[in-house]
Write a protein that binds this ligand. Structure first.
Ligand code: R5P
Length: 260
């Protein structure tokens, strides 16, 4: 692996442990003004110090994030769809030159295995991987799940492995029962979990802890942090799990304390 690629990866994944807490705030690229993210700046600003990286779309960076922000950016490169239409019909909307100008540390797109535009979304990933290998830019692949699809280990393992085989450097997928099998399907490629829909804080922490136990290196979580009644408490709690190996109860206490 090229030095530049290793260097960028080490800015996202802790070089000693390989663990990370990514904060995902790219939801607006297909669902517009998302609850909790209506003002990206005020939503993100208090959370940034607790995040190892920020997953965000290019317009989100330009419109709301201060240039002096010093966290690694995982830049969403795919788009072209909205919640009003078929979500799998994505294209790559950002050039690699623009990602480099924006000082991105990694680039990302969604892959819709089993979706109507499966092939096109895998081609999007392949395009990012080819750019990534050329410029030393890691690629995070998101395994998107269609509304009618089962989020089980068989499907998520299939989707994740396809992303790995197409060259992704980090996999972002969803937690499910038998998550060890999903991690195993990814071989040496690190896996992080998305949070999915907002759950009670303790349940979300339990899910993150279970994912870590099954071999995930961390989270790339959005709604379960920024839609919490105490986003700072929640990201601090997640951090405690990921970076300190705390129990769910210990992490939950961090959230409760911050909430008070
Ligand atoms: C979805 O395509 C986006 O990449 C989200 O950033 C991602 O799913 C993570 O967010 P959440 O934890 O809210 O599921």
């Amino acid at each position: 692996m090229h030095w530049g690629m290793k260097n960028r990866l080490s800015r996202i994944l802790n070089p000693k442990t390989g663990h990370c807490v990514m904060l995902a705030v790219d939801h607006g690229y297909f669902q517009g003004p998302t609850t909790g993210l209506r003002n990206l700046n005020t939503a993100v600003d208090p959370l940034l110090q607790y995040a190892d990286a920020l997953m965000i779309a290019s317009g989100g960076v330009r419109g709301w994030i201060k240039p002096e922000m010093n966290k690694p950016i995982v830049l969403r490169m795919s788009g072209g769809t909205s919640i009003l239409k078929e979500l799998s019909n994505e294209i790559i909307v950002v050039d690699i030159e623009e990602a480099i100008r924006m000082n991105a540390t990694a680039i990302t797109c969604s892959v819709f295995v089993g979706g109507e535009y499966e092939k096109e979304s895998i081609a999007n990933l392949a395009k990012l991987v080819n750019w990534g290998e050329k410029y030393g830019m890691p690629v995070l692949a998101v395994t998107a799940v269609g509304r009618d699809m089962a989020r089980d280990a068989r499907f998520l393992g299939l989707a994740s492995r396809i992303c790995v085989e197409n060259g992704a450097h980090i996999i972002k997928t969803y937690y499910c029962d038998g998550f060890e099998d999903v991690v195993e399907a990814c071989g040496n490629v690190p896996v992080v979990i998305a949070g999915g829909k907002k759950q009670p804080e303790k349940d979300a922490l339990q899910m993150a802890a279970d994912a870590l136990k099954a071999g995930a290196v961390g989270v790339d979580m959005g709604r379960n942090i920024f839609q919490s009644d105490c986003p700072v408490g929640m990201i601090k709690a997640v951090r405690k799990l990921v970076h300190e190996g705390a129990s769910v109860e210990e992490a939950y206490q961090i959230y409760e304390k911050e909430k008070k």
